[in-house]
Write a protein of this length. Structure first.
Length: 157
């Protein structure tokens, strides 16, 4: 459309110049007539430049309007995309919160222990604890009670 408008203006200017050439007499015997012709040509040239300026201004305004519309549309799409990404983030956070395992339970898939490369054995010297001594004392008393009964057993008939 821009090229068509510019081409139309150029054609119009050429027609005006041709009509000016025909209107100006070919005689050179009068300086004032020649100046009048040049003045008219200048006036027509200025008018054609004004027409071109108006057409250029119209095209520029149209381009600015289109660019403004495209910017607004792109900005709206950006805002929509930003809102969508925020919703995805919220959904992801909610999903992660609901998937967290309960305290004290093992996960369904066991994680590999990163320290399985080597194993250290620890030896501790034997020390008798109070609980261990108490258990041994109970075993001695229970075996002392059952010992006489064992000798009194009768053989099956």
């Amino acid at each position: 459309m821009e090229q068509a408008t510019a081409g139309h203006i150029q054609n119009q200017n050429q027609r005006q110049l041709q009509s000016n050439r025909q209107a100006v007499p070919a005689t050179r015997n009068g300086q004032p007539d020649e100046l009048k012709g040049l003045g008219m040509m200048m006036q027509q040239l200025l008018q054609s430049q004004q027409v071109q300026a108006k057409a250029l201004n119209h095209v520029t305004t149209e381009m600015n309007t289109r660019m403004g519309n495209m910017f607004t549309e792109l900005n709206n799409k950006y805002d929509t995309l930003t809102i969508h990404i925020r919703k995805i983030d919220v959904h992801l956070a909610q999903t992660a919160e609901s998937v967290k395992r309960q305290q004290g339970t093992l996960p369904g898939k066991t994680d590999k222990n990163p320290r399985t490369e080597h194993c250290n054995a620890i030896e501790q010297p034997f020390t008798e604890t109070a609980l261990g001594a108490e258990e041994r004392a109970k075993q001695r008393t229970s075996s002392a009670v059952t010992a006489p009964d064992e000798s009194a057993e009768t053989q099956p008939s």
